[in-house]
Design a protein around this ligand. Sequence first.
Ligand code: NAD
Length: 445
Amino acid sequence: MKLDYLSFVRSGPGKFIAKKTGLPEPADLPRFKDRPQPILGPVLVLGNSQGTEDIANQLLAWDGDVRRHGDELDKIGSIIVVLDDIVEPGQTGPIIAELPAAFKKMKKGGRVITVSRTPLEDDPAVNAARAGLEGFIRTLAKEARYGTTANGILVDDDVELTSSSVIGALRFLLTAKSAFITGQTLRVSAEGGGIPTLWEQHLSGRVALVTGAARGIGAAIARTLHRDGAKVIILDVPAAGSALTDLANEIGAIPLQMDITADNAGERIVEELAKRDLKVNVFVHNAGITRDKYYVNMSEDRWNSVIDVNIAAQLRINNALLASDRIGDQFRLVSLASTSGVAGNAGQANYAYSKSAVMGMVAALGPILAERGGTANAVAPGFIETEMTGKIPAVQREVFRRSNSLKQGGLPLDVAETVSFLGSLPAGGYVGQTLRVCGQNLVGR
Ligand code: NAD
């Protein structure tokens, strides 16, 4: 029997004790295989702007059961609040007035999404009206129950609400693929690279390379990118060779046994691509290690090995790739950060440095790649159930597991779905961001 908190609290005695003691009861989160529909309906669309109409029309095109009023509904699957036109905080009133009653009627695993303009204005009232929504959505995420999530899409003023990056974000956040993302905002700062012909095979015809793919999150990413239509190249150290071969056989991937910290790793990747006459469209820097110690006991060796794998190797590989002719069109680079890098974590000074560094890397690389029609973004997982987190002492592990609004750990698949989304064509409009996949981990922003 699995003796973790989730199994315990869902068992008969566990449920009873949890109720009596006030321990959090985690909801069952439906994933994409449980709920493949693009929208959990009915979907209530609130707002008065032209943008609201545009978004309602988009949902109708996806066969959504779209409603403009919630009063007559017993249950609501999704709510989209479009506030792209507000210019002072008082204007939120009429729309928010309808929301509490609707929020009470959410189905299990529901979705609340705000669509508004990025707070980058010089006008204090306009900026205040826009910025306030961030605190609002983060709070809804904390109050939501039964696996409902709440997230915001922030659209820059020069980007239409009908642009592919807004539509892509909406689609991803509405589906069960975003089950472990809540309390987050995603900024759309460019139009994006278009709408895929088939949403469920959105990486069809694209080549993806995933480092550290032999197990854990990397293996889930490789499987998911393959499911979504990509031809996948999987890379890991020679010591993980047999797991890599098994996965390659399972998904028809090309295995590359290589240590990414080798000085010439980037050049070797370029050579392997050239040998097969391939260009890479989606590059996923997933390989990562931890060497935890309190900072006072941190050796140079522990520090350097983490920095080398988690960030220095990525920078060297990027340089070799960018200097080569092996980068395909609509290039998407996705790197794995961590909530430890967002908030810091005792015992992980080296790891937290390296993961903050990843966020800094994509922030600078995003605009550079945008000039070449590509982009770079990061995913910051919170507590994800893998071998890496399996090594955390049991009690501490349980605390980490439930320290988020969804009261449970995420799955490697949750991170993989997000990587696939950031590797998609519409993702061209997200430039240098870090999207957290953490169930709204209580630490950090
Ligand atoms: P894992 O330890 O299970 O797998 C990491 C993989 O990377 C392994 O297959 C390993 O062989 C490979 N790797 C390590 N060093 C390498 C090198 N020098 N060259 C090539 N391959 C190498 O880890 P995971 O939990 O699946 O984590 C994957 C990524 O997600 C890491 O970057 C990690 O920091 C990040 N992350 C994980 C969590 C979590 O909760 N598990 C949370 C936040 C971030």
